[in-house]
Design a protein around this ligand. Structure first.
Ligand SMILES: Cc1ncc(COP(=O)(O)O)c(C=O)c1O
Length: 387
């Protein structure tokens, strides 16, 4: 289990920047990015900014040689702010408007993967008069692999897609495959490789395979995590050497480096269960409430766990639980908790639901810790309202 900061540092940061507080550790981010990249040496890696859009974290990955994967024009905007060049970006979104396609063209985003034949038709319109033509791929929907997914173009529709491309004067060079997020089974990915290659061969100009994200991360102690080495080996063995390989991990790279620190403001016991009230809420870290996913919660205490504990947010929303049935020692008001593995889909999914402004964000780099995003004040709640 990675706990990217010690108790003394945690208290120091809370005293300096207040609570609740997102804290990221650069060394943890760098080591997980390097471990992933080394396991598939042939690939170009593009970090999926959907998981965390803080430009200071994006810039760390850029300096490691990663590109940026964009899901929306907002991701492209953040990527450019973090110093990525458009040729270091791949866009694999869904349901773009004509204006958004024109914007991607004017920004010269290098690679775009489209999600439907209908989007390709619209792209032919967007392309008129553009001096820049990106490399184009198709997000694929292979019935055997994608089952009920809404994403992607079915192989049966490839001939129509190719006709549209040929009429508009561009080539379809790539296949993009997205497994669905948080998949810990390596086999769910390696088992798809053969079918994907066979599908890609239907494209006469096939030159790249883009393996989207979805790679799992072990949030629970002792649970199997996705095995990058096995995935890399299977992929490199199967892929024709002339085909370029792109990979777009999000969660697997950045989950471990982030924690949400929060202070306990209330303690009570119900039928032997410890019920802790903390100064943050599921709108600051919506993942447990929205997706029902588990996050490890660390108390920094040297005492062994003695209570099943619910960690409850500071609202009366009935689903305001940051953790349920967590094993923790007896704790008291003022103690500190760290909600671990919060680097992915943490701040990025936070919202103003419940009208609690968002926490600040701090980055630890070696012995230095600095603020990388201000804490919001209540003014944010009326920011765009007409007064
Ligand atoms: C196309 C694409 N690639 C990559 C990702 C990142 O996924 P994950 O965080 O599961 O790796 C996403 C997430 O939505 C995505 O839609």
């Amino acid at each position: 289990m990675v706990i990217p900061l010690d108790e003394q540092t945690a208290w120091h940061l809370i005293e300096r920047y207040g609570s609740p507080l997102y804290v990221y550790d650069a060394a943890t981010l760098i080591s997980s990015a390097n471990a992933i990249a080394q396991s598939v040496p042939k690939a170009r890696f593009f970090f999926a900014a959907v998981t965390n859009g803080n430009i200071h974290l994006l810039a760390i990955l850029r300096r490691l040689g990663w590109g940026l994967h964009a899901n929306t024009p907002g991701d492209v905007f953040l990527g450019l702010k973090a110093g990525f060049l458009p040729q270091q970006m791949v866009y694999s979104g869904s349901n773009l408007s004509l204006e958004e396609m024109r914007k991607l063209l004017s920004e010269r985003v290098a690679i775009i993967n489209f999600d439907s034949v209908s989007q390709l038709k619209l792209f032919s319109v967007a392309l008129k008069g553009s001096s820049f033509v990106p490399r184009i791929g198709l997000r694929v929907n292979v019935p055997k692999l994608n089952r009920a997914s809404r994403i992607g173009v079915r192989p049966d529709d490839f001939s129509e897609a190719l006709k549209i491309a040929s009429n508009a004067g561009f080539r379809i060079e790539g296949i993009h495959f997205y497994r669905g997020t948080g998949m810990n089974s390596t086999e769910a990915f390696t088992g798809a490789i053969g079918e994907l290659i066979a599908t890609a061969r239907l494209l006469p100009d096939w030159s790249f395979l883009d393996f989207g994200g979805g790679f799992g991360y072990s949030y629970r102690e002792g649970r199997n995590a996705f095995v990058w080495e096995d995935f890399g080996k299977a992929l490199v063995e199967a892929l024709p050497p002339e085909i370029e390989l792109f990979i777009e991990p999000g969660r697997a790279v950045i989950a471990a480096c982030g924690v949400l620190l929060t202070r306990i403001v209330s303690v009570k016991y119900h039928d032997g269960k410890q019920i802790l009230g903390v100064d943050t809420t599921v709108s600051n870290l919506s993942v447990p409430a929205v997706h029902g996913l588990y996050r490890r919660i660390h108390s920094f205490s040297s005492q062994p766990p003695s209570y099943k504990t619910d960690v409850c947010g500071n609202t009366t929303f009935s689903r305001d639980y940051l953790g349920r049935d967590v094993d923790l020692p007896a704790l008291k008001e003022g103690d500190l908790l760290a909600i671990l593995d919060s680097g992915a889909y943490g701040y990025a999914m936070s919202s103003h639901f419940l009208h609690r402004p968002r926490p600040a964000e701090v980055l630890i780099e070696g012995s230095d810790a600095r603020l990388i995003r201000h804490r919001e004040g209540y003014e944010v709640l009326i920011a765009n309202q007409l007064l």
